[in-house]
Design a protein around this ligand. Structure first.
Ligand code: ADP
Length: 173
């Protein structure tokens, strides 16, 4: 049997409901999936990030242009500016990986049913990439520990994040 690897760490991760999930009116439905697996919300806000903010998020932190090219980055930033987004910080055991599992892989066509992207979107990555526009796949979720830390600092001030016990924690001490 393969040995399970786990860090056992309580982590924080950034989730952004992109303009397509806000405009489709499904934020509540999608958010309930994170609550359903028991993740804690540390902070949440609606915001309209400008080009500089998104450039920092996608290029300085995630190196999008180096991975996909300048045009894909431009298309992505324009798509992210099509309307307000809702940013949220979630906390839980290995939350970064758990949230990625709930969201599903980048390409909606490849995302399994049961994941957010599999259940709520279908437009294939290749189709949008060929048109040099951003792929509407509903959610951004931090990819690893370093990204999560940088992204949370980029989107939230420390006084916008709250530490509190969830009910189970409150009565287990
Ligand atoms: P993820 O959001 O799953 O972490 P990436 O960090 O690779 O994926 O890409 C960031 C976002 O950029 C994706 O969620 C998607 O909206 C968009 N995107 C990624 N690759 C492409 C591409 N080749 N063409 C158009 N948009 C893309």
């Amino acid at each position: 049997m393969a040995e399970e690897t786990y860090t056992g760490k309580v982590e924080r991760t950034l989730v952004v409901f992109k303009p397509d999930s806000v405009q489709r009116g499904i934020v509540g439905e999608l958010m309930s999936r994170f609550e359903r697996v028991g993740l804690k919300i540390n902070g949440i806000k609606m915001t309209s990030p400008d080009r500089d903010h998104l450039y920092h998020h996608y290029e300085v932190i995630s190196k999008m242009a180096s991975r996909w090219g300048e045009k894909a980055l431009d298309g992505l930033v324009s798509y992210m500016m099509e309307g307000p987004v809702i940013a949220m910080v979630l906390e839980g055991v290995e939350a970064i990986e758990v949230v990625r599992k709930v969201v599903g892989p980048t390409d909606p066509k490849k995302a399994d049913m049961g994941t957010i992207r599999g259940d709520y979107s279908h437009v294939a990555l290749g189709y949008m990439h060929a048109r040099k526009v951003g792929l509407p796949n509903l959610i951004h979720a931090s990819g690893n520990t370093s990204e999560a830390e940088q992204e949370i600092n980029h989107w939230f001030r420390p006084d916008e994040l709250y530490d509190y016990p969830v009910l189970a924690e409150k009565y287990s001490r």
